[in-house]
Ligand binder design. Structure first.
Ligand code: ZN
Length: 549
């Protein structure tokens, strides 16, 4: 009887473990669309094809209320938060570039002077994840299962490096000098053969010499946008109006300008081509061990900054990106197998409509010109304390000169209070927080908590300024300053992003409760049976987990 019980228990245990392996997908593909607003899923819905975004929306799980839970909403912090499952207060990526007090200079979130480029002679490869202070889910997968493969790619270095984490088998980004996909010695000593071969196709160069970006559909059908020639749009290099068609050869005048290539949807096609080559050549999802492929499409952000969310350029970018998503899914179906993989799509932030457009329509919004604020604060400081006390200001963080405050025998709290008192009256400034009060903030302080999650004690300033809705900070006023747009705030237009899931075990459903961006990796670890990465603060989206429902 006892023996029978033991045998049954063993059979049961082995069935359970078999079951778990069976439940893990062969491949997880994470797609980040840089600057994608939630509403793009719906505004352009009728024009999307059946096999792209709609395949997720009609057959997968759509988390319709997914939000960033910290500021600043920029690309570096966004990618780091999606893949670490925590916020800048833990992973330390507090902006794309910030002032590092201990290094006494502005630093880029992925710069690394200790490494070198592989794949070209340029300096575009001197990047690594060394500033990322916590582990990504991709790190966790590699730590637990060394056989698992992680491959990451983007036009932007930070869009590739932060998702791939520290242990990536290959993180690749675009070299704006040579038009090649490159990496750094942090990851490998040379590019794999398949990457070298891909580079030899010279697709970016061919596009610049031969291609014209025209609208996918007849331009008069773009009712979802507000016209082609609008005063709120910046000009691409070599153009006199912000209008279609964009004849790249005529615009570059025979000198190759790879920045222009990345400002067109051709760069999305290029990255998809590269992803398909990676699936094939790295044998992703073929050995019974879950692999991860991280793709970040940077071009929607580059185009969005110039033209804003109501432009035909942005609409056309999304109609074409939809076709790229379809192409990717078709390859996953045929190479990995239908129902054997999981794909999620999200964004690293969304975007504010061009503030000048908002003010012209009588809506809240505008600009705050930092140069005049800084010069006013400097003169007030000289009058009150006998010296300038602001050391540096960027990303709406003010760094005080602590040495000078000490040598003058001043109390830092008095200086901070003085700054707050003189910043708050400026039109467009909503709140001024001192980082000391933010570090002490508890739960549920609303805006305050969002800012607290976005600062790191070693990297951030002493004072953080929050602007009113619709406002963007600019250094100085000019006609150019009032064109194009940006992001970075705690408001819905920047924080509300799509989150779509499709594939193995994912049900068709819509989830309306609040999901934080940090919940994506916190969900994936359960799909992959992993330990929580070191600083993860997100919580699993139980609706996506078979045992959680
Ligand atoms: Zn951006």
């Amino acid at each position: 009887m006892k023996k029978w019980k033991v045998t049954l228990a063993c059979v049961f245990a082995s069935l359970m473990s078999l079951g778990q392996q069976d439940q893990s997908p062969k491949l997880v593909v994470g797609i980040v669309v840089d600057q994608m607003c939630y509403e793009y899923l719906y505004r352009y819905y009728d024009k999307y094809c059946e096999g792209g975004f709609k395949r997720f929306m009609n057959n997968g799980t759509n988390c319709r209320n997914t939000n960033y839970n910290y500021v600043p909403t920029y690309t570096g912090p966004g990618h780091a938060s999606i893949y670490t499952g925590t916020t800048p207060s833990d992973h330390g990526i507090v902006a794309n570039e910030w002032y590092s007090r201990h290094e006494n200079k502005e630093v880029n979130c992925v710069e690394d002077t200790a490494v070198n480029t592989i794949g070209s002679e340029s300096a575009y490869g001197k990047y690594s994840p060394q500033r990322l202070k916590s582990n990504t889910i991709t790190d966790q997968l590699k730590l637990t299962y060394p056989k698992a493969k992680v491959v990451s790619m983007s036009i932007k270095n930070r869009g590739a490096i932060l998702p791939g984490g520290h242990l990536s088998d290959g993180s690749y980004w675009f070299d704006f000098e040579t038009g090649q996909l490159i990496s750094s010695t942090f990851f490998a000593t040379e590019l794999p053969n398949w990457v070298q071969k891909f580079n030899k196709r010279k697709y970016p160069e061919k596009c610049l010499k031969e291609e014209t970006w025209n609208t996918l559909l007849p331009i008069e059908e773009y009712h979802e946008s507000l016209g082609d020639d609008r005063k709120y749009e910046r000009l691409l290099v070599g153009k006199e109006t912000p209008t279609f068609p964009y004849n790249l050869k005529a615009m570059t005048n025979d000198s190759l300008h790879y920045g222009l290539f990345t400002s067109t949807p051709f760069a999305n096609t290029y990255l998809t081509d590269f992803a398909l080559k990676a699936i094939e050549n790295e044998d992703l999802g073929t050995d019974g061990q879950t692999d991860m492929l991280c793709i970040s499409y940077s071009t929607p952000d580059i185009i969005g900054h110039s033209f804003g969310p109501y432009s035909i350029e942005i609409e056309d970018t999304y109609l074409r990106l939809d076709l790229e998503v379809k192409r990717l899914l078709q390859t996953l179906d045929s190479n990995i197998g239908k129902g054997e993989y999981i794909v999620f799509i999200t964004a690293d932030h969304a975007v504010v409509p061009v503030p000048q457009f908002l003010t012209d329509k009588g809506l809240p919004g505008g600009y705050v010109f930092m140069d005049s604020i800084i010069s006013t604060i400097d003169s007030l400081c000289e009058l009150r304390f006998g010296a300038r006390l602001l050391e540096h200001c960027d990303n709406l963080n003010m760094y005080l000169n602590n040495d000078r405050i000490d040598s003058l025998g001043l109390q830092k709290n008095d200086v901070v209070a003085f700054f707050g008192q003189h910043l708050i009256p400026w039109k467009g400034i909503k709140r001024v927080f001192t980082t000391n009060e933010l570090y002490e903030a508890g739960k549920d302080h609303g805006w305050k908590d969002m800012i607290r999650r976005g600062i790191h004690h070693r990297e951030s300033g002493d004072i953080v300024v929050m602007l009113e809705p619709g406002y963007l900070p600019k250094l100085t006023d000019s006609e150019e300053a009032r064109k194009g747009t940006s992001h970075g705030s705690a408001y819905g237009y920047d924080t509300h992003v799509p989150l779509l899931w499709y594939g193995k075990g994912i049900e068709k459903q819509e989830v309306f409760r609040n999901i934080n961006i940090t919940d994506i990796s916190a969900t994936l670890i359960h799909m992959l049976y992993l330990q929580r990465p070191n600083a993860m603060s997100g919580q699993p989206i139980v609706e996506l987990l078979p045992h959680g429902r």
